[in-house]
Write a protein that binds this ligand. Sequence first.
Ligand code: PMP
Length: 440
Amino acid sequence: LSLSSHFLPLSLQAKMSRPVQARRLEGVDKNIWVEFVKLATTYSKVNLGQGFPDFPPPDFLKEAFLRALSGENHMLHQYTRGFGHPPLVKILAQFFGKLLGQDLDPMTNVMVTVGAYQALFCCFQAFVDEGDEVIIIEPFFDCYEPMVKMAGGTPVFVPLRPKAPKGGKLMSSADWQLDPAELASKFSKRTKAIVLNSPNNPLGKVFSRGELELIADLCVKHDVLCISDEVYEWLVYDGKEHVRIASLQGMWDRTVTIGSAGKTFSATGWKVGWIVGPTRLMQHLHTVHQNSVYHCATVAQEAVAQGFQRELELYGKPNSYFIQLPKELQQKRDLLVQSLDAAGMKPIVPEGTYFLVADISEFKSDVPDVPNSDEPYDSRFAKWMVKNKGLAAIPLSAFYCGAHKNNYSHFIRFCFAKEEATLKAANDILQKWKREKTSS
Ligand code: PMP
């Protein structure tokens, strides 16, 4: 305080002048979604930006929620068990125990979270210390980087490298691969964990068993944890197999697997997620959870439990939602692939998820490059597109670290988990745009 401020009234002196922001927030204040969600809300006629379905969840799930809400058990309106509503952790243990070949204890091997997002946050807080390195495969779901940094860790990035497809075929997400030597070079004594996301957002890549074995071998060799984000586990196309890395040799004991009812049952707004893993890892996730969120919404957990109960009974049968949803989404994927290909915005055909990345190189004449701009080209392109064409998408560079953004700045990501009418409206915009380009 300066001398003169002694004479100020206390209410004026109370204005804070020292920094209020904790150091852990430095460099993580920007968030792509805040800006692009606002742009989409303001300008878009067709929103294929953020990843959520514009069709309803299945009737059996909505009915389960209504029963939980208005049924006789009024205790469903109160707190339930902090680490997960008992019926939900029980059915998740049964379901994932079967898939992972493990005998799971619902009370210790499963924890319910506020969406997969909080599951990720718990993992980084529980496992990453100052100075620890965490390997992240690019392109990556953007929150991994700030979450590692907030825990005091250092993200180490390794890109999937695209190979041109042969014979004029469309590129597939399978053409984006890790270079085994490059991946191996990222592991060191400081490596604490690797984040795996298969099926991958934003590319839609489904890692093959061979690729996962390569990662698993390195984890075992260097005694590294694996945080496996499998929220799109059911959204796999063309008969591809989703392999769970926790089921590979030597991996159960060092892997936590994350899931989301939002993606599983097309109900992203419910924000029910979970983590499955060995007790020695789960106990530390419990510590973070009990000292932060503590508790998730009971009614939504009850409804998701009933959804899984149904799916357990129908497992592998044609009317299982986990069979029907990918079938429907594959058709939607194909619609969008056709639209983009016809318009000249070359799609990379995804093997999974509800995202599709497309190459915007042919459209550069409409949105000229600004040399030496800080903003990657695809970001400016996506902003121009939503403002001028009413079509919202997300720039691919948002899924790369700062140093690599400009290497991958001629792609944008579309979400195709949309009603046919929405995809047709996107097609109309794209074909009109192409006609305008060819006539000008
Ligand atoms: N991981 C990935 C790869 C995602 O794409 C998302 C959602 N976009 C999440 C986690 C977060 O899922 P939730 O909505 O269940 O929090």
